[in-house]
Write a new protein. Structure first.
Length: 213
């Protein structure tokens, strides 16, 4: 059994969604001064590798703390969409790979954009789902979908169509994943447990995959 870390490290100088506040990480106590070490952490609920709850954009929709913990764990399937840079992932693309998705409760998209983490190019050009492709996925009874990119919609969007399609179907979204390439074509278990924040619209997660040999 192999456990694969799919999470970017939180740091004060990490990339954040344009317009969002960067995280604040500072020393609150030190061994030398206080006899124990402690950090002060201040960050947005959508910092780094994180989950979006339906309540992120839909009034009256479930928050993360209203969802059962089983909603953040399940079978995963990863698709390589890195050849579609700058384009949409169409429904025909997904239909041709339907067999590879069978049994998956989470579908994770390897765009290759995690290699651009920390660069200006991270925020543009990544593949995104076409609306009909998102609807096709939502009809499969998934728990959620994830991308190794900053968003499931283009950063320049004004109406966030893929967010809304998925949220209306009750899915959670996982953004800013990393390390997906080795999972393509393999069966694995996926975990994206959030902090148990009251009325959480989102939360950073420690996303992992458990792969059987």
């Amino acid at each position: 059994m192999a456990v694969v870390d799919l999470t970017h490290t939180l740091s004060a100088d990490m990339p954040v969604y344009p317009g969002s506040e960067p995280p604040e990480l500072r020393t609150a106590a030190t061994l030398e001064r206080d006899g124990f070490a402690e950090k002060w952490i201040g960050l947005s609920s959508h910092t780094g590798t994180h989950i979006d709850a339906p309540a992120h954009m839909l009034p009256g929709a479930p928050t993360l703390d209203q969802l059962g913990v089983d909603r953040f764990f399940g079978t995963g399937r990863a698709l390589d969409v890195s050849a579609l840079a700058g384009a949409e992932i169409g429904v025909e693309f997904l239909e041709r790979r339907q067999a590879a998705l069978e049994g998956g409760e989470f579908v994770l998209f390897h765009t290759g954009w995690s290699s651009r983490w920390g660069q200006a190019s991270y925020f543009s050009g990544f593949p995104v789902l076409a609306p009909e492709a998102a609807r096709w996925l939502c009809r499969r009874g998934l728990k959620g979908i994830g991308f190794d990119a900053v968003s499931v919609d283009p950063v320049a969007t004004r109406d966030y169509p893929i967010h809304f399609i998925c949220f209306r179907a009750g899915l959670i979204l996982v953004e800013n994943l990393t390390g997906l390439e080795p999972l393509v074509g393999r069966d694995f278990l996926f975990s994206c447990l959030p902090l148990k924040l009251e009325r959480a619209d989102g939360s950073p997660v420690r996303a992992i995959a458990v792969v059987q040999p």
